[in-house]
Write a protein that binds this ligand. Structure first.
Ligand code: SF4
Length: 726
């Protein structure tokens, strides 16, 4: 038996795992006791990873050879790798020649490794000459990115997991950490047990399992977080709980915000958010003082937040309004304090680091900055990188539906289930002239739309790095070879890019060598490392060898640094032009689609404890269905009673965009007028298929593609729906 240290491929906690294998089969998995993200713990998903790699699961679920569809709806036929890559290069080169580089687009994933992400980004921006590359991280963390940059000056979560042990107050907003980040939640439970005086506040429309540990639950109406946070600041100012000297020394912009929150009186906030005024006062006192109750002896307040803030048409404002509270009370840059976004995916952070989004460039550089574009062009040895922002996730598929984007390359993600407004997404996939799906699994609905399917390796088979929520870079290692003809994602991209280089016109002055000389992931990572020199995420002091021993490190770790940095901004200096953090003057706006008489329910979506994304991996483990066996829509019992619905009745859940049929279930976690559905189930679990043979959409048949104007993150957390007995 062989043992290999690696990282869990599910959530952003980034737990270390030890993979046990015999020959070419993974036989077991356990938590890595030496990994600082989990110290040996795993949740139900991580501890069953080996079951997702059994011979039977591989045979039933994996893509094992390149496949081509001669026409849509037909069964795909195998073809050799060389032919598949050449076909892809010919089709992409042809589209670029006829319609220009922005007629192609790449849609990638926060589940790719950093090395995979890096070469995809270089392919689009360095070779093709288009910024049309975006990722499912747009659905996950782009509001957190925008919120950090707006207020603190850089996309850098300033806190770390250990801060949980130093906080006097934990302020959890828009996160069901008990289910979505279970191993981190175990730390929170332990910290609370060790320090019962620590106060936990939960902001969430639903009374989730996380609420069971909270001392105070604020069941806000969906989408009202900015009003709540501004109302808390109003109270802090009224009570004299802000840190005026810290504000004066380390920030700018407070006066404008002070004027904005003047109207956010407890009465108004209580009315808009649906939270009692006494609870607002308690939350404000605990947040401002770290639950010490005394501003002159502040303990730390750590906020933990996730998709409830991010997946919103005011996602950036929600993030910024929460960070405003930290700045107003000096609750940042010290143990147990700071705003801490929890990443949904295992490597959403790595994607941000390499600039693998439509508006970013390598190493947290900005596409809009000419100096940054010149630096990246010099690093890559190309004359320039394109200056026009690319299309973000929703925009990219809208452009394909409109016929503007004609060739799509989808890697390691399933837009035919996970993007909002599935009717538009499916129209896009049907209208696109050429769709490549690079995937480990044959089961995602997006495979139904592919002209070309490229089999990729996955967890347990591939090598590289990921970065978790606390900026910690860990190695991912292969225990077994990929099955069948599956290849590593970076290898597929490099082999395609070299073929495309030969077909595209060379830049002025010619191309003396390939832009993609890599023969292993370490060579890619070393180039990425060099791109970070002098940047906020500088990792020039790191190497694959150092990540092996002493082990995972938090960035930054510049050349000469003995270790990574646990906590940022301890000196009170921020990465802004004047070194000061910036208050964001933000005001509450309602959700994009308020409920109304014809659509009287607020539908929110979210994760279950034991499933992951579209279930292509977790759905292969029978025992993970023991927690929740089937898709349901949850309603408050009184709402069910009023509509004459009984537990288990089938109902039509209908929004302005689509309709699905599911059983109804009573839940007292919800408020009146609210509905909840898990995000994981696609159409195959809801029955039927479309006229083209593609499987039907799941809950995202209902959701809206309206997005935050700054972060472009869509409002997956709210849609107005009606619910009628089927
Ligand atoms: Fe994996 Fe997240 Fe569970 Fe850790 S908490 S084992 S990273 S799913």
């Amino acid at each position: 038996m062989k043992e290999v240290r690696s990282t869990c491929p599910y959530c952003g906690v980034g737990c270390g795992v030890i993979i046990e294998s015999q020959g070419e089969r993974i036989t077991g998995v356990r938590g890595d006791p030496e990994h600082p993200a989990n110290f040996g713990r795993l949740c139900s998903k991580g501890s069953t990873l080996h079951l997702t790699a059994s011979a039977e699961v591989v045979r039933q679920t994996r893509l094992l050879q390149p496949m081509r569809r001669l026409q849509r709806g037909a069964a795909p036929q195998p073809l050799p790798w060389d032919d598949a890559l050449q076909l892809a290069a010919d089709r992409f080169a042809g589209t670029i020649a006829r319609h220009g580089p922005d007629a192609v687009g790449f849609y990638v994933s926060g589940q790719l490794l950093t090395e995979d992400y890096y070469v995809f980004n270089k392919l689009a921006k360095g070779l093709v000459g288009s910024n049309n590359i975006d990722t499912n991280s747009r659905l996950c963390m782009s509001s957190a990115v925008a919120g950090y940059k707006l207020t603190l000056g850089a996309d850098a979560p300033p806190a770390c997991y250990d801060d949980v042990n130093h906080a006097g107050c934990l302020f959890i907003a828009g996160s069901n950490a008990a289910w979505a980040h279970p191993v981190l939640f175990r730390r929170i439970e332990q910290a609370k047990a060790a320090n019962p005086a620590m106060r936990i506040v939960l902001v969430d429309p639903r009374r989730t399992d996380t609420a069971e540990l909270a001392d105070l639950h604020l069941p806000v109406q969906p989408g009202t977080d900015v009003m709540l946070f501004n109302g808390l600041l109003h109270l802090m100012l009224w009570e004299g709980w802000t840190d005026t000297s810290w504000i004066a020394t380390h920030t700018t912009g407070f006066e404008a915000l002070r004027a904005t929150v003047r109207d956010c009186t407890p009465q108004r906030v209580s009315q808009v958010c649906g939270v009692p005024q006494d609870d607002l006062l308690t939350a404000a006192r605990w947040f401002a003082t770290g639950a010490s109750g005394e501003p002159q002896h502040r303990a730390g307040t750590l906020s933990l937040y996730c998709q409830g803030l991010n997946q919103s048409t005011s996602g950036t404002d929600k993030n910024a309004a929460l960070i405003n509270l930290h700045l107003a009370c000096g609750q940042i840059g010290k143990p147990g304090a700071g705003p801490f976004s929890l990443t949904g995916q295992p490597n959403a952070m790595g994607g941000r680091e390499v600039g693998g989004l439509a508006n970013l460039l390598s190493a947290h550089r900005d596409l809009a900055n000419p100096q940054h574009r010149a630096e990246v062009a010099a690093l890559w040895g190309v004359p320039s990188v394109p200056d026009q922002p690319g299309k973000t996730a929703v925009e990219l598929f809208q452009a394909a539906a409109d016929g503007e984007v004609k060739a799509l390359w989808i890697a390691c993600t399933n837009p035919a289930q996970s993007l909002p407004d599935q009717a538009t997404v499916r129209r896009a996939l049907e209208r696109a002239e050429f769709v490549v799906v690079q995937e480990a699994f044959a089961t995602p609905a997006s495979c139904d739309f592919a002209d070309l399917l490229l089999p990729a390796s996955t967890w347990g088979e591939k090598t590289g790095t990921v970065t978790n929520s606390e900026r910690r870079i860990s190695r991912v290692r292969a225990a077994v070879p990929p099955p069948g003809q599956a290849r590593h994602d970076w290898r597929i991209v490099v082999d395609f890019a070299r073929r495309l280089e030969a077909l595209l016109p060379p830049p002025p002055g010619g191309r003396s060598k390939t832009l993609f000389p890599y023969e292993d992931p370490e060579a890619i990572w070393n180039e990425h490392r060099e791109s970070t020199r002098g940047r906020d995420l500088d990792i020039t002091g790191l190497s694959y060898a150092l990540l092996d021993n002493p082990g995972p490190q938090q960035w930054p770790m510049p050349q000469g640094a003995p270790a990574g940095k646990a906590r940022l901004y301890e000196d009170g200096v921020f990465p802004t032009p004047d070194g000061r953090a910036r208050f964001a003057d933000v005001a509450w706006r309602p959700v994009a689609e308020p409920r109304e008489s014809r659509y009287p329910f607020s539908l929110t979506t979210g994760r279950l404890r034991d499933q992951w994304h579209g279930m292509s991996r977790s759905g292969t483990v029978a025992r993970l269905f023991g927690h929740v066996p089937e898709p349901v829509v949850q309603l408050h019992p009184q709402d069910m009673h009023r509509r004459g619905l009984a537990e288990g009745d089938l109902v039509h859940v209908t929004s302005k965009r689509g309709s699905i049929v599911v059983p109804v279930q009573a839940s007292r976690e919800l408020g009146l007028g609210q509905a909840f559905m898990a995000m994981h189930w696609g159409g195959e679990y809801l029955g039927g298929s479309s006229s083209t043979g593609a499987r039907l959409a799941g809950v995202n048949a209902l959701t809206t593609s309206a997005f935050c104007p700054t972060s472009k993150q869509p409002e997956l957390k709210h849609a107005a729906v009606k619910i009628l007995k089927a």
